[in-house]
Design a protein around this ligand. Structure first.
Ligand code: ADP
Ligand code: MG
Length: 292
């Protein structure tokens, strides 16, 4: 690519809130086959809210929430913040915890009043062999509605669950439709549960769902698609998306995202409007035509 033409392309992009770092990504856009979106904070707003609190037999929702906020007040995860906010609005204060551990991609663990408490997804509960008290059926139900479920357990037994909903960005559905109309494959990648991710994917018209991907494995999933011969753009916002953004042929960070994600990307979108993704790809193609 001649430097002048690339300048033209990047200059036009800036007018639309699209920052393109270099010429190389423009050339790759030409051969692009797939766009992979991170779910939380990218396709969704990343502002989860608690919608349901259920208790297993023999306990009450307030107790479930009390244990949950005690564990989550030590975590920085967006789900944790939403749970803490809900507890506060119900006038609950966290209890003292000991031996707190954040379990990346799974949940949290600690001692509360000498009792071992565990909080997180179904995978964690299976892994730690918790007695599910029949709540796995409720999880399937809520996940089918696109909600994320966080289970709470004390002393080896699940005591309840908290469901959260994170609304898709308004522009998500249209962005996906535009990309598909131009012949690209669209996929979603997430650490969240497969049923939850599939329900959101259905709402947005995304057919390929890569779910329950541990934070360290997102980049490997991108490389797997590349080994199948796909040329991949990855769109993400978070710190844990950075390796995947770097591995992708084109990394696209959304502007509301973290500095780390922006650093790792070739293209930065200044706003959370996802229609800028097909626009950025079109812009790259047009710029390449000028050059060729
Ligand atoms: P994503 O890829 O959607 O951003 P993460 O990798 O951060 O997700 O987390 C994946 C899953 O791990 C979450 O959907 C949740 O089930 C679980 N999880 C991780 N940390 C926590 C936490 N502190 N509280 C509740 N759930 C958690
Ligand atoms: Mg994210």
């Amino acid at each position: 690519a001649t430097p002048t033409a690339v300048m033209v392309g990047t200059g036009l992009g800036a007018e639309h809130g699209i920052l393109i770092k270099g010429g190389e990504s423009l050339e790759k856009a030409y051969r692009l086959t797939s766009v992979v979106f991170d779910k939380t904070g990218t396709l969704t707003r990343g502002e989860p809210e608690v919608t349901d609190i259920l208790a297993a037999e023999g306990t009450v929702p307030e107790r479930v929430l009390q244990t949950a906020i005690s564990l989550e007040s030590r975590s920085e995860h967006p789900l944790a913040q939403a749970i803490v906010v809900r507890g506060r609005s119900e006038g609950l204060a966290p209890l003292a915890v000991e031996h707190f551990e954040a379990l990346s991609g799974l949940g949290t663990r600690a001692l509360i009043g000498g009792k071992s408490c565990l909080l997180g997804n179904l995978r964690l509960m299976h892994q730690e062999r918790m007695d599910l008290q029949g709540l796995d059926r409720r999880v399937a139900d809520l996940a089918g509605q696109g909600k994320t479920c966080v289970l709470v357990a004390e002393e080896g037994r699940v005591t309840g669950l908290i469901a959260l909903s994170d609304v898709p960005r308004e522009s998500a559905k249209e962005a996906v439709a535009e990309l598909k109309a131009s012949g690209l494959r669209v996929a979603m990648i997430t650490g969240d549960n497969l049923n939850t991710a599939s329900a959101i994917g259905r709402q947005l018209g995304i057919d390929q769902i890569l779910a329950e991907v541990m934070p360290g494995d997102k980049a490997r999933e991108i490389r797997r698609l590349q080994q199948e011969g796909q040329i991949v753009a990855m769109v993400g916002d978070g710190i844990n998306d950075a390796p995947a953004l770097t591995s992708a042929d084109i990394g696209i960070a959304i502007g509301a995202g973290t500095d780390v994600a922006i650093e790792a990307s070739d293209i930065t979108l200044m706003t959370g409007d996802l229609r800028a993704v097909p626009r950025a790809i079109r812009l790259s193609l047009e710029t390449m035509k000028v050059i060729r």
